[in-house]
Design a binder for this molecule. Structure first.
Ligand SMILES: [Zn+2]
Length: 398
């Protein structure tokens, strides 16, 4: 399959970007990496702005699915989700923070789409997962209130200290206030925070390392920096670890190469780590957000052994309340293999490491190589035999 590339200023440069490297390996495409360009995202699937093509025939994947719905998608998924692929997998390569954001829930998405269909192209919600291919840094969810309260005791933030405990309503007010602060006030607080000693931050001393990094990326007057450092969990994920952001969850990815999978939607509200002119309405943002503290551990999505894996080499990431799951097959090297029994729905597979041979439905044999992307129709058993150490991700629904 041939995938779509997206360039954003936060993408990694040239061949440092896994999104660009994977896209460039697909044989027979005219995509060449320009070392002066930044490559942020590679999209896989049928989303109309950045659709995938079938390599052998140059047909749009969407057209092939439309012509063979029952055979490729299957009645079960057609009944549940309609004729569009309900998920959208991507590779993201980030050299700096992406906008501080949330994705509207279904009710708000429908309302926004009605008011401004050009800006909000979808009526769907968009829960998402991010799986680290390299070290992956992220801000996601809200910290425990005791950690936020400890920071609000610091001199530059004292005026935001609530009376009594920090309730969900208080957290909402705090976020809204921080996001609405004028530039000069944001600058003052940031320079005040930079002057406080490490010991006063206790276990949150990482803030002193992240503050200058974010200031360099988005100026010393970006409101997003305050919300991210004061209110949000900061996570460092190692390759293979994953994070789940439910619909309405606050998040901002900071660095790394990841596999991302989300429900089919491109709606987003951005309020920080982007120019002021590009920011969405703060009240709309804070009225939509879920204000619930989560521990760092709660943000992780732990895989479970897949019941479709014959040899136990495939695990399943199963986010709650979403239109997709994600399988990961890991093989040690030559002679190692796994058989994944048929899935009753469509799936998209990307090889993120190594080479292998794939046998579909016991007869059709294809080579797998790093960066290659395949659509696998419903009801097809696949056998993957490694030629080298191998890692394959596969988004699916059934
Ligand atoms: Zn997002």
């Amino acid at each position: 399959m041939v995938e779509g590339e997206q360039n954003y200023p936060w993408g990694k440069q040239g061949s440092k970007s896994a999104a660009a490297r994977y896209a460039a390996t697909t044989p027979g495409t005219d995509f060449k990496i320009d070392e002066n360009e930044r490559y942020a995202e590679m999209w896989m699937g049928t989303y109309p702005t950045t659709p995938s093509y079938v390599l052998a025939t140059n047909e749009l994947l969407q057209d092939v699915l439309d012509a063979n719905r029952e055979a490729l998608i299957g009645q079960q998924v057609l009944d549940r989700f309609g004729t569009d692929l309900p998920f959208l997998p991507k590779i993201l390569s980030m050299s700096k923070a992406l906008p501080l954001q949330l994705h509207p829930n279904r009710d708000l998405a429908a309302k926004l789409h009605k008011e401004d269909p050009e800006k909000y192209g979808d009526t769907n919600h968009k829960p998402e997962i991010g799986l680290a291919l390299s070290k992956f840094e992220a801000f996601a969810g809200f910290k425990q209130s005791k950690d936020i309260m400890a920071l609000l005791q610091l001199e530059p933030l004292k005026e935001h200290l609530p009376e009594g405990d920090l309730t969900p309503e208080g957290l909402k007010t705090l976020c809204s206030d921080l996001l609405k602060l004028p530039e000069d006030k944001v600058g003052q607080i940031q320079s005040g925070l930079a002057q406080i000693s490490k010991s006063e931050y206790g276990h949150q001393a990482y803030i002193l390392d992240l503050l200058p990094r974010l200031q360099e990326q988005y100026s010393a007057e970006d409101n997003g920096t305050l919300v991210a450092l004061i209110c949000m969990n900061y996570l460092i994920l190692q390759p293979g670890e994953a994070i789940y952001v439910p619909a309405d969850g606050i998040h901002a990815w900071l660095s790394g190469d990841i596999v991302e999978c989300m429900a089919r939607s491109d709606n987003v509200l951005n309020v920080g780590f982007c120019p002021r002119a590009d920011r969405d309405n703060i009240d709309l943002f804070t009225n939509t957000l879920t204000f619930k503290a989560s521990s760092v551990q709660e943000m992780y999505l732990q895989p479970v052994p897949s019941d479709k894996s014959v040899r136990g080499k495939t695990v399943d990431y199963r986010p709650e309340l979403s239109e997709f799951n994600l399988l990961k097959t890991s093989l040690a090297g030559p002679n190692d293999f796994d058989i994944v029994s048929p899935i009753q729905g469509p799936s998209i597979m990307i090889v993120t490491k190594g080479k292998a041979r794939l046998t579909a439905a016991g007869k059709q044999v294809v080579d797998l190589d790093e960066g290659w992307v395949f659509f696998v129709g419903q009801g097809v058993e696949i056998k993957i035999e490694a030629r080298t150490e191998l890692e394959v991700y596969r988004a699916y629904v059934e």
